[in-house]
Design a protein around this ligand. Structure first.
Ligand SMILES: [Zn+2]
Length: 271
């Protein structure tokens, strides 16, 4: 290890080991939990470091502790002490707070799903910047939908979040080929989603599958229209009730299959 002599003290001062360092980055707080010691552990999603878990110390009334709560987007300052195995959130400057989400149960459920999915897939398997940007778009859309009292927009945002997350992971189902018979699919033959294969079915195969989710033409047209729009603009495009319900069922089933671990939020009954 390199030693440095100072003129004044005449004794060697060890250069600081790399075991401790500080970093700051843009992040969304995905979730927070209290640990038995009374400290809080937050899970952060960042473009620079992916998923980061960090301790937040300080009493229940500390400003940092109140900001270190789910679905704040801002700049996080992290201190790492590798020798003690400690990662600490030392400051957080919230830029977006999405207050509408915390005031609306379906939005809380949808945002909780996003948090769990991001953590379970290690931020979509490595596309951290895209994961952060998708998550921020989703939270904005939920905040807006809740502010306007539009539960259907919340559901559209949820389905779109799952579909875009799968796309970023390279796990979107093939829209050109039936997942059962490998026959070509066109808009007029694509008929259903199969929970068994995790793919789309042609009309003929759908007829012999018990548990298929029928996809109304409106659902496919909406997905096509959504692909050409920003997340926020796509969510504002309306969709019939049946089509929305089918699309959501399909998107959440695909999300369940894409995560390595069971997703508790999908079993909560709130989505
Ligand atoms: Zn088929």
């Amino acid at each position: 290890m390199q030693a440095v002599l100072t003129g004044k003290l005449r004794r060697p001062i060890l250069a600081p080991p790399m075991a401790t360092r500080s970093a700051s980055f843009d992040a969304i707080i995905l979730r927070a939990k209290e640990v038995p010691s009374g400290a809080r552990v937050v899970t952060l999603l960042s473009a620079d470091e992916g998923i980061v878990e960090a301790f937040v110390f300080g009493g229940g009334k500390s400003k940092l502790r109140s900001l270190a709560s789910p679905w704040y987007f801002g700049k996080a300052w992290i201190y790492r002490d590798a020798s003690r195995g400690l990662v600490k959130l030392t400051d957080f400057d919230a830029v977006r707070e999405y207050p509408g989400i915390r005031a609306d149960l379906p939005s809380i459920a949808a945002a909780s799903f996003a948090s769990e999915f991001m953590a379970a897939t290690s931020a979509l398997g490595g596309d951290w910047a895209d994961a952060l940007s998708l998550c921020a778009d989703f939270l904005s859309a939920l905040d807006e939908a809740s502010g306007r009292g539009e539960p259907e927009a919340t559901a559209r945002a949820l389905a779109l979040f799952a579909m875009r997350a799968l796309e970023l992971m390279g796990l979107s189902p093939d829209g050109d080929e039936c997942s059962a018979c490998a026959g070509a699919l066109r808009r007029d033959t694509l008929h259903s989603y199969s929970r068994r294969t995790g793919g789309f079915l042609c009309a003929r195969c759908a007829a012999s599958e018990n548990d298929a989710v029928a996809l109304p033409a409106g659902a496919l047209a909406w997905l096509e229209a959504a692909a050409a729009r920003s997340f926020g603009d796509a969510v504002r495009v309306g969709l019939g009730r049946d089509a929305l319900s089918a699309l959501k069922a399909c998107a959440l089933d695909l999300a369940r299959k894409a995560a390595d671990a069971p997703l508790r939020t999908l079993d909560s009954g709130l989505l």
